[in-house]
Design a protein around this ligand. Sequence first.
Ligand code: AHR
Length: 332
Amino acid sequence: MRPRSTARRALAAALALALLAFPALYGCAPQQQETAREDAVLLGFSQLGWESAWRIGNSLDIQEAAERAGVQLMFDNAQQKQENQIKAIRSFIAYQVDVIAFAPIVEHGWDTVLQEAKDAGIPVLLTDRLIVTDDPSLYVGYVGADFLEEGRKAGRFLIEKADREGLTDLKIVELSGTLSSSPMQQRGEGFRAVIEGDERFEIIETMSGDFLRSKGKECMESMLERHEKIDVLYSHNDAMTLGAIEAIEEAGLVPGEDIIIITVDGEQAAIDLLQEGKINCVVECTPMLGDIIMELAKKLAAGEEIPRVTNPEERAFTEFDEDLMDIPPRGY
Ligand code: AHR
């Protein structure tokens, strides 16, 4: 672990107290153990926002995992703004945390602040989402989903559905996530890679619903108005899907039957709708990354190497699963 001065520890403790007293200074009250051990690893974590049940589950899991692991956590919620994430990272550098972890809202625009962290000797771990940079040394590793594979799973399900039911001429609309975010890019790319060249499928429109339920509904309403025939909705997350399903039902259509619905995440509400037949496929993306993050943060603070990429195990839940009604509670 990098040597931490008593003054720095006092500063961190003072910061913790200030944040506890004025949580509005940060997007979310920080998680600090009441009696932090002198040698506890200090982890600064910048969460990108609160846009979905997935994200809330992810934040809670990280906070609980830090408690369990005895890691002192400075947790900031950036309220969906990249500039807030950059500010939070700068404050973590100023407080000389041992490790910085963050879930980058978009792929580009991190080089300057990450160079500052590197110059300060603080290792940076990407969680949940990836960045695009010419300098791979700006972060030490990534822990999160394989978004390309998630997109491929969605495409493979659609092919299986069409094969089993002899479906052709399927018009697809896509609700994509936050523009320029890595899940948005890669879930789209993986899906296309699988269905490309198969004449049964045509993507007729893609709209960004920003991973938000309200926007998912608005986008679906407008696509239903514009297109006479929509056979498939591929949505990059459950929150947008739930909004889109409201729009589909309000238009007098039956989700899961009139329109095949494929979604990503696996939150409880989506699994419930899969079991009711209103969703056909849920590609899992787990938000439960907390324990892995804490383990890696401890290794980094101890100066150990960590894997460049850590992907959790994930599956797809589909209407064809024999154990469809036995899916354990999702916890988010
Ligand atoms: O980056 C992961 C994505 O972000 C999840 O699929 C989504 O629900 C969240 O907003």
